[in-house]
Design a protein around this ligand. Sequence first.
Ligand code: ATR
Length: 280
Amino acid sequence: MTVADRPVAGVIGWPVAHSLSPRLHRFWLDRAGIDGFYVPLPVAPGHAAAALAGLPALGLRGVNVTVPHKQAVFDALDRVTPVARRAGAVNTVTVADDGTLEGTNTDVAGFLGHLRQAAPVWRADAAPAVILGAGGAARAAAVALLDAGVARLVVVNRTVARAEALALALGDPRVAVAPWEGLAGALDGAGLLVNTTSLGMAGQPPLTPDLAPLAADAVVYDIVYVPLETPLLAAARARGLATVDGLGMLIHQGVPAFRAFFGAEAAADAATRAHLLAAL
Ligand code: ATR
């Protein structure tokens, strides 16, 4: 491998300094013995298309895309995968050999991969699933759960109109919507509760619904990972419910991105998790 061949990828976002992705990919590059780079690229709002247009000329293999660009990049791509269209968001862009750009979404697979790893007892068709929130993270989680085969999915959001818009975009008869005040009813007998809101994040109010109506073997999944154990997960654990935290989703979404950028396999394992935990 010549110096010119050393592969380079990165992450575009604003702000991007806090992103754990450079640390994640650095760890996997070192472990795979790949002499490459994964760099944070601060791209201000409104500049995502110009940044992507420059990727082939810069010789980058691709980039991950984070807040606030996940929707904005669509028009700057030559191809978008079906899963990214359904998720309404692109989090991974790869540069093909001919210099064209393809966008995909690995958050969907990352969400489900981590759920299956952390809560192997969970069965998609056993009981309804409930998603709190109606933003981009909620949509990725919803696509993943529908693909996994849930029989019923209830989206609960403070602004019910956003939940209705999400259900419309998903276009699936298994999706229902409930207002925030209807949360207790939605949780009745549910087998999975997913928080995709910012509630419970450091500096935000906690999310403390009554978990008693959930099924006895329910799983509670919080995509927030600062703190790693949110008040919601602590309450679930206190009830003896299986819990799934947000750090694993970040790791799992990185596996297919690493493959796309560097042509090598990465593993979402305990060593990777420990390496990220050390930075939290
Ligand atoms: P993302 O794309 O990361 O999912 P987002 O689009 O900003 O982020 O969505 C944030 C979610 O957290 C929304 O569902 C939001 O509810 P609204 O649609 O009503 O704004 C939810 N959220 C944020 N603060 C909240 C609060 N204090 N109470 C209830 N929900 C809240």
